[in-house]
Design a protein around this ligand. Sequence first.
Ligand code: DP6
Length: 400
Amino acid sequence: MPEDSMDKPNIVTCTAPVNIAVVKYWGKRDEELILPINSSLSVTLHQDQLKTTTTIATSRSFQEDRIWLNGKEEDINHPRLQSCLREIRRLARKRRNDDDPSLDSTGLSQRVHICSVNNFPTAAGLASSAAGFACLVYTLARVFGVEGELSAIARQGSGSACRSMYGGFVQWIMGEKEDGKDSLAQQVEAETHWPELRILVLVASAERKPVGSTSGMQTSVKTSSLLKHRADSVVPGRMADMIEAVQKKDFAAFAELTMKDSNQFHATCLDTYPPIFYLNRVSQQIINVVHRYNRHYGETRLAYTFDAGPNAVIFMLKQHVPEFVQVVQHFFPPETNGGQFIKGLPVNSAALSEELKQDIGLEPMPKGISYIISTKAGPGPCVVTDPTQHLLGSDGFPIG
Ligand code: DP6
């Protein structure tokens, strides 16, 4: 290697997706290792609409590990960040010792510069930590030449992040071991399995920041007997039913299980003492619209699910998207000035019948929803091969 290229950083860029749980994870049995009290299942959202991009550089000339998130330098000593860095370095060392003692060890002792951005506004309150930690772990693994099972490391960044390590339909098996080695994510079906399935994220105009999931679920584990009942007696059967519904592409069964699970999760929040409220007036109106729409058609055509915030995620089959968007625009009249109301996958225009409006029969809530992101199931993390996409320059510092 020529002298002057010795200190040139090694740079890798990857992207990772957001996921939305249809059987929710809520509650840990081990805070440090992030081990859950129940299994969960999610759909990975398409990265064309929602993704994190992370560039990592290593160089002998870097003095310390550093991280920049969405344009701002953050504290690298964050414990969950440190867990991911430590575990990847441990795996890389193990691989070198076990498999190939001749593997170059210099990279391992080098410091890293990490730079990460989202292609969606952080303020939208969409689960960015799952995509963020999945992307961090996937990119670190590439940098240090580690392959194989990585979801157990992503899990230690944020529980839900382990499910973002795969595309399509993904289960996080809770596992039984104390060391968490069997608490892993696993793909149930690939993103190509159910091409007609569409997902609309209704971004609610939130007034204030809700209680974070980490502290919310701690209080729930301590105080809610409903949560214990859910984890022990409801989720095991629901996981089996959900996997069957996904495999059979049975929309009505998938939709009903999704809505019931979201409702039970929010019921455990209300059973938490003091109670936690994630659903607001807009969320409740969305729930009512969905049930009345389904009743109008006499079949389950729509399903909602809500995480630790007021945004709704709605599942439906492709042919029902245009009319549903009209329904949303009618019952949540958007702000007229500026901005697109519907972003993401294009949606055809459609008519809205008087009968449907009357059957739903609710008072419109102006400006309740800021905008809609139209998307579908998508692939897991990817390597970006185009070097012009790197977020760190050849000096190893953020570009721009
Ligand atoms: C309601 O994964 O954000 O979105 O493990 O403490 O980082 P930590 O929590 P997090 O919790 C997600 C909770 C949820 C449900 C889900 O995604 O399964």
